[in-house]
Structures are given as structure tokens and as C-alpha cells.
Design a protein around this ligand. Structure first.
Ligand code: NAD
Length: 437
């Protein structure tokens, strides 16, 4: 990682000289395999409305962490249960409890705000929605401590169905995800994470898997037991082959924009493995220029690599090849949400990716979600001018860039049965970037 403010020597000098540098919090990360014991050391409390949901949460979390109401402690996680709050007046008690607890949060803690879509009347709908703004604002206040705050919006699920999602967002696998609203639907998953490898016997493709975020995703999928096929351009053969060797996977070298690429990849996978369980559409390029100066070639190349090739490959497996319960993840970008100067092509391709994942989730039985990274320290961002890089890092709640592994943990989660309640979402891994906020 090349973030100089994360360098211990720079930190020491800045401290010694009392320099007013925005030294970012050191994030605690967990890159161990998914496990039922992941948050067992964390002191967590549940506050807010006492109802069926909080009772179920107590039952679920009782054996998974140190569930406590001892307020002399500092907490590593706080669940604010706002489900059932229906009137503006009712938010006052919630506010008072949240305010009391916010002073009792450890560094690197996780705050989760739970709401349930309530269409009883227009006020209850508005009040439940109000917690989106609350969570985003709170995430910005807590970011300097490395603490994250996310909002889980329950639609038609009960807590038992979504326990594994709650565990993920309480864990240190989500330390670069903050200020997000995630919709949780009913799912048929069990409440516990088996200690066996989650993705054993699964076949996965990661496009653009030779380096950067794709390579990190390949590592996580392999760690969980999947056989990973790295698809990348022939020029990336050294990296792709070395990684395939390291993770006992396969490298399939092809430019995914080639006319017959989707057919060739499908033929290879089906002949060799008979099915595909996981497709991570990660390959992406930038060709930045303002619209006035952008060539047709620059427009087309970005749209072809980032969007059309994804559509071609995914449709090929939807026609034939996806196993039951298949999972697709598409790499979008905060640029696709907020837009960026000089990136009309890139932003369009990434917004298209978000739309395409959503369309798959609504029209097929395949689970599909988009992941939108913010500023991540990779080769793609290394080449940016220093002031752009510094802006990308510091203009965020956590005041730093993310690591490919931060994005990869979310990809791994979304490719696993742990996330079955999440479908058609776009989740940002951006450290609370102000860009695209
Ligand atoms: P990267 O440039 O490090 O890696 C991209 C990989 O895609 C490379 O291995 C490249 O060879 C491969 N690729 C490019 N064109 C291809 C093609 N036609 N066929 C096959 N493979 C091809 O990029 P990264 O930073 O790891 O980004 C991965 C994804 O995440 C991209 O879709 C990118 O747009 C997105 N993203 C990255 C960031 C970031 O900060 N790094 C932020 C937002 C979104």
C-alpha cells in the first residue's frame, strides 16, 4: 500500500512535530475464513425498540459474541433497533439512547441501524426512512475512530433469515464499508456459518482476475474452497498463471470483448467442470477525457469492456451453465453513482453495471449484486496524479483508501450462501467517500 499517512514513520514524525495531518485510524481487518466465531470476542449491545425483532436478535447473538448491557464497558458493536418506530415523537427516546451509547464506543467498532419497511401509514414509512439519513450522518461522525455505521433495511425477512448478514456487518471483514443502506429480503439460509469451507465444490470465474481487486477476490473465493478460473487478457499471462498456480485454480487467457469470448469461456467451463456457481464480473478499464475531448474509440472501449462483455458472458451462462443458486457480482464504482469529471464513459458503464445486476435479480433465479468500490489502492489508481489520489483517499469518512482485500471480502460474502437475503443491491466499499455520497 502506498498511502504515506499510514506509514508508521510518517505518523511518528507528524506526532512529534505536532503537524496537523489527518492521520487516518488504523483499521482492524479480518481476512480469515468465514466462521461462526468471528465476532466472539466483541462486546455488543442491542438498544432501541423492544419487540419481536430485538428478542430474536438477542437469541441469535447470545452465542456469537459477548452480548452485554454493562454500560461501564465500551462496546465493539451496537445494534440500534429502530424497527417499529412509527412516529416522529417516538424517535426522541431512540435519540436519547443512541446519544448515551455513542460515547461508549470503542475504536474500530461497528454500528448497525435496523429498520423494517413499514407501510402502515405515510408517517411510519417516512420515519423508518429517516434512519437512512441518521446512519449516514453518524457514520461520518464516527469515521475518525475507524468505526463504521451501516443501515440494514429489512423488507420481508425475519431476523433468523438474515442473521448471517448481520454477523458480516458486525465483523472486521466489513471494516471499509460505512454509511451504506443494505436491503435484506427473506432468505432460506441457516442462522449459523458452518466451519466447513463455505464454497467447497463451487466453480467460480473472476474476470480481470490476474491482479488488483480481481486477484484479491480470487484469493478469498479460493480460501473458502471454490475452484477459481481467472479470466484475463493474454498480456496478463504471467500474473494470471502465477496466481492460478498459487490458488490451485485455472487461468483462461482471453480478451473478454472478443466476439466469441463468452462462448469460448462457457465451453471451457462446461466441458471441464459441468457448471458455474459464481461469476465475478470484475474486468474494467478507464479511458478518461471530458466529453468534448473523448474519442469514439475511448467511449466504445470502456463501454465494451466494462459493460457489454459482462452482459455477453452473464447471458451466456443464464442461457446454459449456471448451477442452481448461482451468484453473480458486478464491479461498479462510486463513479457510476455520482459521476466524475472526465469519466462520462466510465460512469455510464458502471451505472449500467448496477442496472444490469438489478435486472438479473428481478428477472432470473440467479442472485446478483453490484459492488461499488471507492478509492482502492491498486495499479489502476496508482497511476493517478498525486493530488487526485490524495483527494480520493482523504475525502472520505475513514480518511484513507481501501485495500483490494476489503472489496474482496464483500465479494466473497456476496458469492456465498451467507448473503442469500441480499439480492439486487449495490453496496459501496468506499470508506464513506464524499464522492458519490
Ligand atoms: P486493475 O487495472 O488493477 O485490474 C483490472 C484487470 O482487468 C487487469 O488484470 C486487466 O488485465 C483486466 N482486463 C482489462 N480489460 C480486459 C479485457 N478486455 N479482458 C479481460 N481482462 C481484462 O483494476 P482494479 O483496480 O483491480 O479494478 C477492478 C474493478 O474494480 C474494475 O472493474 C474497476 O473499474 C473497479 N473499480 C476499481 C476501483 C479502484 O479504486 N481500484 C474503484 C472503483 C471501481
Amino acid at each position: 500500500m502506498s498511502d504515506f499517512l499510514q506509514n508508521p514513520l510518517v505518523k511518528q514524525i507528524a506526532k512529534a512535530m505536532n503537524l496537523p495531518l489527518p492521520i487516518p485510524a488504523l483499521l482492524i481487518r479480518n481476512h480469515q475464513p468465514f466462521s461462526d466465531t468471528e465476532i466472539e470476542h466483541k462486546k455488543i449491545t442491542i438498544i432501541g425498540n423492544e419487540n419481536e425483532i430485538s428478542k430474536s436478535l438477542h437469541k441469535i447473538l447470545n452465542t456469537k459474541c459477548i452480548l452485554t448491557t454493562e454500560y461501564e464497558n465500551k462496546f465493539d458493536g451496537i445494534i440500534l433497533n429502530a424497527t417499529g418506530i412509527q412516529t416522529v415523537e417516538d424517535t426522541t427516546d431512540f435519540f436519547k439512547e443512541a446519544q448515551r451509547l455513542v460515547l461508549k464506543i470503542n475504536k474500530n467498532a461497528r454500528v448497525l441501524v435496523l429498520t423494517k419497511v413499514d407501510t402502515t401509514n405515510r408517517e411510519s414509512f417516512a420515519v423508518q426512512n429517516a434512519f437512512e439519513g441518521f446512519t449516514r450522518a453518524l457514520s461520518k461522525e464516527l469515521g475518525k475512530y475507524g468505526t463504521t455505521a451501516n443501515h440494514l433495511k429489512i423488507t420481508n425477512a425475519i431476523p433468523e433469515n438474515i442473521a448471517t448478514s448481520i454477523l458480516f456487518f458486525l465483523s472486521d471483514k466489513s471494516s471499509f464499508i460505512t454509511g451504506q443502506v443494505i436491503e435484506l429480503n427473506a432468505a432460506n439460509t441457516t442462522t449459523s456459518i458452518s466451519n466447513n469451507q463455505l464454497l467447497a465444490n463451487k466453480i467460480a470465474i473472476v474476470t480481470g482476475g490476474a491482479r488488483g481487486i480481481g486477484a484479491a477476490a480470487a484469493h478469498v473465493l479460493h480460501r473458502e474452497g471454490a475452484k477459481v478460473i481467472i479470466v484475463d487478457v493474454p498480456q496478463a499471462s504471467d500474473d494470471a498463471n502465477a496466481l492460478a498456480y498459487e490458488i490451485n485454480g485455472e487461468a483462461f487467457l482471453i480478451d473478454i470483448t472478443q466476439n466469441d469470448a463468452a462462448e469460448k469461456i462457457q465451453k471451457y467451463v462446461l466441458e471441464k467442470f459441468g457448471k458455474l456457481d459464481i461469476l465475478v464480473n470484475n474486468a474494467g478499464i478507464t479511458r478518461d477525457k471530458t466529453l468534448a475531448k473523448m474519442s469514439e474509440q475511448q467511449w466504445n472501449s470502456v463501454l465494451q469492456v466494462n459493460l457489454k462483455a459482462t452482459i455477453n458472458l452473464t447471458e451466456q451462462f443464464i442461457k446454459n451453465g449456471f448451477a442452481e443458486h448461482a451468484k453473480v457480482v458486478g464491479l461498479a464504482s462510486i463513479s457510476g453513482i455520482a459521476g466524475n469529471v472526465g469519466q462520462t464513459n466510465y460512469s455510464a458503464s458502471k451505472a449500467g453495471m448496477i442496472g444490469y445486476m438489478n435486472a438479473i435479480s428481478k428477472t432470473t433465479s440467479v442472485y446478483a449484486n453490484a459492488v461499488a468500490p471507492g478509492f482502492i489502492e491498486t495499479k489502476m489508481t496508482e497511476s493517478l496524479p498525486l493530488f487526485v489520489k490524495e483527494g480520493g483517499r482523504r475525502l472520505s469518512t475513514l480518511k484513507q483508501g481501501g485495500l483490494p482485500a476489503d472489496v474482496a471480502e464483500l465479494i466473497g460474502f456476496l458469492c456465498s450462501p451467507l448473503s442469500d437475503g441480499i439480492n439486487g443491491n449495490c453496496i459501496r466499499v468506499c470508506g464513506g467517500s464524499m464522492i458519490g455520497a
